[in-house]
Design a protein around this ligand. Structure first.
Ligand SMILES: [Zn+2]
Length: 146
């Protein structure tokens, strides 16, 4: 009887310890995804949104001292819909802006498609506002209505 009590106590302590561990945003403790995501660090996802220039937006809205004609645009994705590769929709990303890692896959997003609605697939880092683009699709105008 005493032994059973001690076991129960040990189990309860272990559970209390596990539940007291800090949970970081985006972290899923029961994460068992096949996409090699690292809970709390990065996740494979599809993000739809507008590809826009942050510099131009800040210049227009807040009169920021930037000159994209001289320096080039600084494009980023303003997310309107986020779905992880595992199919979990995460509305907490809606309205957030994420930049693209400089890469060949992201190059067309950085040099063209300004103001267009795109769906970007790749790895999103939770601690940085950065997406590692694997591929992307430009939405056709008729798809934008939906
Ligand atoms: Zn610009």
């Amino acid at each position: 009887m005493k032994r059973k009590f001690a076991l129960t106590l040990a189990l309860a302590s272990a559970l209390a310890l596990i539940s007291a561990l800090p949970v970081f945003p985006g972290e899923d403790q029961d994460h068992t995804c096949p996409h090699a995501c690292k809970p709390g660090k990065f996740e494979m996802m599809h993000a739809t949104g507008v590809n826009y220039c942050v510099n131009c937006a800040l210049k227009n809205e807040l009169n920021a001292e930037v000159d994209c004609v001289k320096s080039g645009h600084q494009t980023a994705l303003k997310i309107t819909k986020y779905i992880s590769f595992c199919g979990e929709e995460k509305p907490e990303f809606n309205g957030k802006t994420y930049f693209y890692f400089v890469s060949e896959a992201a190059k067309p997003l950085r040099t063209a498609h300004l103001g267009e609605t795109v769906t970007v697939s790749g790895r999103l880092y939770f601690d940085l506002p950065v997406i590692e683009v694997q591929e992307f699709k430009v939405q056709k105008p008729e798809e934008k209505k939906n």
